[in-house]
Design a protein around this ligand. Structure first.
Ligand code: OGA
Ligand code: ZN
Ligand code: ZN
Length: 408
C-alpha cells in the first residue's frame, strides 16, 4: 500500500501518491532505451525520448500547475536524446548532452512501466453475468462521506447501474446529489427534468405509455454519459423500471452472430429529435467500438430513430440485425427489473445500460421522477481524488483493495 506520509525522493509535481514503490537497483543502457531494474526484480524499458519528455524539473514541468512546459519540438537534441544515466541515492539521474539534468523518483517510474496500468481507483466496466443484482448504497452514507461515495461511484462505473436507498422525498434532491460531483449536463430538456405525464408531451417519457428499452438522446453527437433518476412518487399501477446491459448484449451478439454484430457496428443510421424549438440529429451506428475492439457505446432508441437512409438490400439486412439485437435486449439473462420507491434514486451509464419502464395508469396514483445527467469525467475524477486519500490513509484505517475493481 502506498503512503503519502513517506515523502518522495524526487518531487515529480504529481498529486497522486507515487513515493512508496520498490527502490531502484540499477539502470542499463540499450541502443534505443534505458532499462530500469527495481529491488523487487521488476524491470521496464523507457525510450530516451520518453525520458527527456517526462523530466519533472521546474523548467520542464510547471511547479504550480503541474503541467508540461517542455516542448520536444523546440529541443534540437530531442530526437537524438541519449543521456548518461546513474542511480544516486535511489534516484535515477540523467545527464543530457546539452547539460540539462533530470531526476526521476523510483516509485513514480515504477507506476509508469509501459506494460502496467496505474491503479487510480477507477474500475473497468464489467459485463453483467446472469443473476446480476445492482449494488444499493444508503443515501445517508453517500452524503456522509468518502466511503459511501466511493462505493456508489465504483459500482456505477463497474456495473453501469447503482441504486441509492432511503433518501428524502424532496424536490430537487437529485440536483443536490448531482452537484456533489459536478455541474449537471444540460440538454434540450434542460439541466434537470421532471418525468411525469404532462398535457402536451414532447417526449415519450412525459406520457404514461410504456417505454421500450432505450438509451437517452442517441441523436446527440455525445449523448449524456450518466443518468440520475430520483423517485419522488410512484403510486400509480405499473411504471416499473427496466434495465439491460448493452455491453453484455453486444458482446453476446458478437459471439453468437458475428455478422449481425458487424452490421450494427458498421452501418451508421440517423437519429433525430424535433420539436418547435429544436432539431437535433446525428448519424451513428447502434454499436460503437474503440480501437481495441471493446464496446464503447450503444445507441438504441426506437422512437427517435430517424428515416433509415439505406438501399433496399442493405436496409433489409440492417433490420434483421436490429431485431435480433433488440430481441436479445429483452432476454432475462441481460436484464434487471424493479419498482423504484419514493426516496430511491437509480443511476446508470446511459451509453452502456439501456433503460425503460412499464406503462402506468395515471388514474391509479401519481408517478413523479426527477432526472438529470452528469459527464462521466466528473465521476472518474472524484474517484481518483478519493484514491489519493485512500492511498495515504493511516495504517490502521481499512483501505479498499482497489486492485479488485481494477481488473475485469
Ligand atoms: C426517461 C425515461 C423512465 C421512467 O425519462 O428518459 O426513460 O421510468 N424515464 O419514466
Ligand atoms: Zn527538466
Ligand atoms: Zn429514457
Amino acid at each position: 500500500m502506498q503512503s503519502q506520509s513517506q515523502s518522495p525522493a524526487v518531487e515529480m509535481s504529481e498529486l497522486f501518491p507515487y513515493a512508496q514503490g520498490p527502490a531502484l537497483r540499477t539502470s542499463q543502457a540499450h541502443d534505443k532505451a534505458l532499462e530500469i531494474i527495481w529491488e523487487n526484480a521488476d524491470s521496464a524499458r523507457f525510450s530516451y525520448r520518453w525520458l527527456r519528455d517526462h523530466c519533472a524539473c521546474p523548467e520542464c514541468r510547471h511547479p504550480m500547475t503541474r503541467e508540461r512546459l517542455y516542448m520536444p519540438l523546440e529541443d534540437e537534441n530531442f530526437l537524438n536524446a541519449r543521456p548518461e544515466a546513474s542511480v544516486e541515492d535511489g534516484v535515477l539521474v540523467l545527464r543530457w548532452a546539452d547539460g540539462h539534468e533530470s531526476r526521476f523518483d523510483a516509485g513514480w517510474l515504477h507506476q509508469r512501466r509501459p506494460e502496467s496500468r496505474i491503479d487510480d481507483g477507477v474500475p473497468r466496466a464489467e459485463a453483467w453475468r446472469e443473476g446480476f443484482t445492482p449494488a444499493h448504497v444508503p443515501h445517508a452514507e453517500m452524503m456522509g462521506g468518502h466511503e459511501g461515495r466511493r462505493e456508489w461511484l465504483t459500482a456505477l462505473l463497474r456495473d453501469g447501474l447503482v441504486l441509492l436507498d432511503d433518501g428524502p422525498r424532496e424536490l430537487e434532491e437529485v440536483v443536490r446529489i448531482a452537484e456533489l460531483f459536478g455541474p449537471m449536463r444540460a440538454t434540450n430538456f434542460g439541466a434537470r427534468f421532471d418525468v411525469q405525464s404532462k398535457p402536451n408531451p414532447n417526449n415519450a417519457a412525459y406520457t404514461a405509455i410504456g417505454l421500450e428499452l432505450h438509451t437517452d438522446l442517441p441523436n446527440w453527437r455525445h449523448p449524456p454519459d450518466i443518468q440520475l433518476l430520483y423517485c419522488l412518487e410512484n403510486e400509480a399501477e405499473g411504471g416499473e423500471s427496466l434495465f439491460a446491459d448493452g455491453f453484455a448484449v453486444a458482446e453476446a451478439l458478437r459471439h453468437e452472430a458475428p455478422e449481425l454484430f458487424l452490421r450494427l457496428r458498421d452501418t451508421p443510421i440517423d437519429f433525430r429529435f424535433q420539436d418547435e424549438d429544436s432539431d437535433i440529429a446525428v448519424r451513428a451506428p447502434v454499436i460503437e467500438v474503440d480501437d481495441t475492439g471493446r464496446i464503447r457505446e450503444v445507441r438504441f432508441n426506437n422512437w427517435i430513430r430517424d428515416t433509415l437512409r439505406l438501399p433496399p438490400e442493405e436496409a433489409d439486412a440492417w433490420y434483421e440485425a436490429y431485431l435480433v439485437f433488440w430481441q436479445r435486449l429483452r432476454e432475462p439473462r441481460f436484464r434487471v427489473d424493479f419498482a423504484l420507491e419514493p426516496g430511491q434514486m437509480v443511476a446508470f451509464d446511459n451509453r452502456r445500460v439501456l433503460h425503460g419502464r412499464g406503462a402506468f395508469d395515471p388514474n391509479t396514483g401519481r408517478r413523479h421522477l426527477q432526472g438529470t445527467y452528469l459527464d462521466i469525467d466528473h465521476l472518474e475524477s472524484h474517484l481518483r481524488v478519493l484514491a489519493r486519500h485512500a492511498t495515504s490513509a493511516a495504517p490502521d484505517t481499512p483501505t479498499t483493495s482497489t486492485n479488485e475493481t481494477g481488473v475485469s
